[in-house]
Design a protein around this ligand. Structure first.
Ligand code: SF4
Length: 360
């Protein structure tokens, strides 16, 4: 396997709030982005995914831990942003509204590649627009951002990111503000850039369906911590953390009947809100919502369990020989399970042996 282009190692990011408070937005985040692969970072709002993206983009320094580009920590700012580009959710806010598309792209080319020759600049600007399927490029190059649709604006933002010839794209909910009708086109564009340029891509989303469509690997965050990750097919087919299972079972599935879907959403609502990151729950941060919580879940953060094939999870079920509980339970039943108490959950007495699961 190739070497990571960009890595986070044990990254934490805390923000001071009030006189003595601290928002623990990200804790112990470890992530590697490889050339030609797309990792989806999935979680609900407030899970820390945008903060982590901003640390990776060097918009925020980490509170602890390190971010390595090509294995090194000390790359200068301009060199760093020549290799790592962040695409924001709101394409309108990302472009200078007073300037035409041409200016927005030329500026990136001038800054990062010192291209000065007018004809060469023109050629590169038109090429960039064609690459993101704004074609014929001549129809778009002299437009102002407000004269473009949301999808066209986001394509210009991606073209500007490509102007610096990056190795890594960090997409922070890049399709969530676009019309549903063009989201698929945008995902296909990102996949094409991964294939053509061998880009390493981080795709941040709250929507597991788009992650399922686009990515190679999935990492799930909950309340500032990474809780599960691995190859997409395995994580989706066999989630090994109760929260991942809830996310997957709550996402639209054409194969699921209406009654089942309603029951799943009811269950999700009853599981409650994510916790405060100022005073997060001790131990596993999911324990107040988890139908499988055990005494140790309230005391210590669960260690990482490697499950084989690159799949891993942070959940005490795997250390305590209770992984079978999760596989045999749907979240439609979760509120009832929680009311009954963890000891009454199906399979609570099952013992899977040494707590280590076989690989997929
Ligand atoms: Fe967290 Fe425990 Fe539930 Fe696993 S079983 S998700 S460690 S509360």
């Amino acid at each position: 396997m190739s070497e990571p282009v960009l890595e986070a190692r044990d990254v934490a990011k805390h923000f001071p709030v009030g006189r003595r408070g601290v928002v623990r937005a990200v804790e112990d985040a470890t992530l590697a982005l490889l050339p030609g692969r797309i990792v989806a970072l999935v979680g609900e709002s407030g899970s820390g995914k945008t903060t982590l993206a901003r640390v990776l983009a060097r918009f925020y320094p980490p509170t602890s831990g390190e971010v390595l580009l090509h294995g090194r920590a000390g790359t200068g700012r301009r060199g760093y942003h020549s290799d790592v580009q962040l695409i924001f959710q709101d394409p309108f806010g990302s472009l200078n509204p007073l300037h035409r598309v041409r200016y927005n792209l030329e500026r990136a080319l001038r800054l990062h590649h010192r291209t000065r020759d007018r004809r060469e600049l023109e050629r590169q600007v038109l090429d960039l627009l064609e690459r993101v399927s704004l074609s014929p490029a001549g129809d778009f190059v002299d437009k102002f951002p407000h004269e473009l649709s949301g999808g066209q604006r986001q394509r210009v933002v991606i073209a500007r990111a490509l102007a610096v010839r990056p190795k890594v794209l960090l997409g922070d909910e890049p399709i969530s503000m676009l019309d549903v009708s063009i989201r698929l086109d945008m995902l296909n564009l990102l996949a094409r850039l991964r294939d053509e340029d061998g880009l390493a891509l981080l795709y941040i989303t709250h929507d597991i369906a788009s992650a399922r469509y686009l990515c190679d690997d999935i990492v799930v965050m909950y309340a500032g911590r990474m809780i599960e990750g691995g190859p997409k097919e395995d994580v989706i087919a066999r989630p090994r953390h109760p929260y991942t299972k809830l996310l997957i079972e709550s996402s639209p599935d054409p194969g699921r009947g209406e009654d089942d879907r309603a029951a799943l959403f009811d269950g999700a609502d009853e599981l409650g809100e994510p916790p405060s990151l100022v005073n997060p729950p001790a131990g596993c941060r999911f324990h107040p919502r988890c139908p499988f919580a055990m005494p140790e879940c309230e005391q210590s953060p669960p260690p990482r369990t490697d499950l084989g094939g690159g799949h891993w999870a942070h959940c005490w079920l795997h250390q305590k020989g209770r992984a079978g509980d999760l596989a045999s339970t749907t979240h439609a039943a979760a509120p009832a399970l929680r009311a009954a108490g963890p000891a009454d959950a199906p399979g609570a007495a099952d013992d899977c042996g040494d707590g280590k699961e076989e690989g997929p």
